[in-house]
Design a protein around this ligand. Structure first.
Ligand code: THU
Length: 163
């Protein structure tokens, strides 16, 4: 027996002004797009904005429902939209922001578990890392060079392969 460790690297920026022009534009857009969320129950507006390899921008916001499990996260609304409108076009980067209408929106929020699973499959499928730019309406910004970093030991289709 031996023990093993995992290390996850990411970058921490003090605020959005430290970002490259392109990353900053995506995050500023995500902050703006939080206004389009439909989140009357949680009052937690989330937006995701992606830059595709063909230069197109695709956006998503959380879409809630009185029946809670019917709600969708911003990231998965974006990925479904991108997959339908631009099938097979890789996603280079995705900025995710939020507006907590009942509290502060300062620390970066990271994608939920189901979104991590969905992001990681998108990366696998198109064989391309998605850079995540995570920030609230102000404050620190985290950048992960690949969404899959947030889901070590991910369950993938490989496990279901037939012999
Ligand atoms: N939410 C997202 O849109 N993305 C995440 O990664 C975390 C959570 C939404 C779902 C729900 O509408 C609200 O935030 C509160 O959980």
């Amino acid at each position: 027996m031996k023990s093993a460790q995992l290390e996850i690297s990411y970058s921490v920026y003090q605020d959005s002004d430290e970002l490259s022009e392109s990353d900053k534009n995506l995050l500023l857009r995500a902050r703006e797009v939080t206004k389009l969320a439909y989140a009357p129950y949680s009052k937690f507006n989330v937006a995701a904005v992606a830059l595709l390899a063909n230069g197109q921008i695709v956006e998503g916001t959380n879409q809630e429902n009185a029946s809670t499990p019917a709600g969708l996260c911003a990231e998965r609304v974006l990925l479904s939209t991108a997959s339908m409108l631009f099938p097979n076009i890789q996603i280079n980067a995705m900025a995710i922001s939020y507006d907590n209408l009942q509290g502060k929106s300062i620390a970066p929020a990271t994608p939920c578990g189901i979104c991590r699973q969905t992001l990681q499959e998108y990366e696998d499928r198109l064989k391309h890392p998605i850079r995540l730019i995570l920030g609230g309406l102000e404050g620190q910004v985290f950048i992960f060079e690949k969404a899959g970093l947030l889901l070590p030991f991910a369950f993938t289709g490989t496990a279901m392969k037939k012999n």
